[in-house]
Ligand binder design. Structure first.
Ligand code: BG6
Length: 493
């Protein structure tokens, strides 16, 4: 299959080379893990791709006890880009980027070093640059940073990028939204879910709404069940403190997988602008039934309790499989099976739509059970670079009518030069600077997802062990029956 590059377009992104206005970017949590792994390398990649504003400055910030000099911050950024970046920190692009970095510590009682650094940065940019504050801080620090932004006036006219977790339950999500809204209007707030920055999430929209082929069958009359599957091979990667308090449901399902479900299940929006798009995902979340705990399997990989920092009798889940039901005209009766876990057999990020079986009486020799199911599906792999595959039955060559499974697959890597390829984070940082909220989550949607999660958070079923490198506890088979868990390339449970 081939496609012309001209036909590619991204949600809400006016032109592939759109550049934001001049900016001062304030990075709170600049010495933390997220800044090191994703944000500093991502900002440099944007700079190298010519997608940062013509004039910009990046002011790193952290509490005074972690304060760095400008020079130390530049070194820190260079090491981060070296270790985690797509582009090496060298040549003129690095020199220009490095020169734009400075540091200003801020404690709730003493924000002066930060304020001075921001003033210096604004003078260096000249004119009246926009300000974006990126809050890559731990949840405990969140409210005090927001309040400080309000007290110091840094919030005035600024945009704020907020990192997950957006609360840990309904009450905390409401409190968090109230704290944010005391200082910022919703139009200033960009809640980042990096899954929504992945190319293939845009492509779910393109596939569904730019073609006449799929949308007419994208409903309960033709689809029997949907699987959203994000197994990971990594464990908790030393993040025991975070993970023990969070678990897979809060870390992956409430955020990434439910957000994806919003895009898979939404009605056609009137346009791809932020409001219509977010109105449609919010409607899906309104129609989601409260999580039924009898259809939830919580798992924990063997060895998790021996990880440093983990409680030896921990009940934190490293795996969740659950059934979500969207009670509206399009989806009533169609289960959405969601699964994500650590230390599993394969890394995958896949949405599979399984179609209803036609009557196969006239093909007595047709494949049965899981094989027939595999052959009647549309599979979207949204891990970068991603692919889309249609699986169906064909006749085997020969005198008899033997059916066999076949597939047609479109692979992004084979069809496009990755000229504008951006990682999820990079895409979203750019969108925030361009003021495009289309792919950022909204407070009402977040609160609804915590609301439907309440039965599970109040009454979590006990965790069940599963071996590392496997596909989760055995109970997940019963959970999905009469269907089967399905992964491309033959793995299933
Ligand atoms: C993060 C979670 O948000 O997403 C991690 O905190 C998870 O636990 C990660 O591993 C997955 O992201 P990616 O970049 O692999 O798609």
């Amino acid at each position: 299959m081939s496609v012309s590059e001209e036909s590619a377009s991204q949600v809400g992104q006016p032109a592939p080379d759109a550049r934001p206005d001049d900016h001062v970017i304030i990075l709170f949590g600049a010495t933390g893990d997220l800044a090191r792994r994703k944000l500093l390398p991502g900002l440099f990649h944007l700079a190298r791709a010519g997608l940062l504003p013509p004039r910009y400055r990046i002011v790193g910030s952290a509490p005074a006890q972690f304060a760095l000099t400008d020079e130390q911050f530049r070194r820190h950024a260079r090491e981060a880009v070296q270790e985690f970046g797509l582009s090496a920190p060298d040549g003129t692009p690095w020199q220009a980027f490095e020169a734009a970095l400075s540091f200003g510590a801020a404690d709730p009682g003493d924000p002066r070093p930060l304020l001075e650094a921001v003033q210096r940065a604004e003078r260096a940019v000249g004119g009246a640059p926009r300000r974006v504050c990126h809050l890559a801080v731990p949840p405990a620090a969140f409210q005090s940073v927001i309040a400080m932004l309000g007290d110091t006036g840094l919030a005035t006219g600024a945009r704020v990028i907020v990192e997950k977790p957006f609360g840990t339950d309904l009450a905390s999500a409401r409190a968090l939204n109230q704290a944010v809204h005391a200082v910022f209007t919703e139009e200033q707030v960009f809640r980042i879910d990096h899954f929504l920055g992945k190319e293939s999430v845009d492509n779910i929209l393109a596939l569904r709404f730019a073609n006449g082929l799929f949308e007419p069958i994208w409903n309960r009359y033709h689809i029997s069940h949907v699987q959203i599957d994000v197994p990971e091979t990594i464990g908790i990667e030393g993040r025991s403190q975070f993970f023990e308090q969070t678990g897979t449901y809060r870390d992956m399902i409430v955020t990434h997988l439910f957000q994806l479900l919003g895009f898979v299940a939404m009605e056609p929006p009137t346009s791809l602008d932020a409001k219509p798009l977010r109105d449609e995902t919010a409607k899906v979340f309104q129609a989601l039934e409260p999580v039924d705990t009898t259809h939830v399997v919580r798992g924990q990989y063997t060895g998790y309790r021996e990880e440093p920092g983990v409680d030896p009798s921990s009940q934190t889940e490293t795996f969740v499989a659950l059934r979500a039901m969207v009670d509206n005209w399009r989806w009533a009766g169609v289960p959405f099976h969601l699964r994500s876990g650590k230390a599993m057999g394969q890394r995958r990020q896949v949405v599979t739509l399984h179609f209803r079986k036609p009557p196969l009486r006239m093909f007595p020799d047709s494949p049965a059970g899981p094989h027939a199911q595999r052959a009647n599906a549309l599979v979207i792999d949204f891990d970068d670079p991603g692919w889309i595959s249609v699986r169906f039955l064909v006749k085997e060559p020969g005198p008899a009518m033997h059916l066999s499974a076949a597939e047609m697959t479109f692979r992004y890597a084979d069809s496009f030069r990755n000229r504008h390829g951006l990682e999820g984070y990079e895409r979203l940082l750019l969108d925030a600077m361009l003021g495009n909220q289309a792919l950022f989550t909204r407070s009402d949607g977040i609160e609804r997802l915590w609301e439907i999660s309440t039965p599970l958070l109040d009454n979590p079923p006990p965790v069940q062990p599963y071996p590392q490198g496997g596909w989760g506890p055995d109970a997940i088979r019963r959970e999905i029956a009469p269907h089967h868990w399905y992964l491309p390339d033959g793995h299933q449970g």
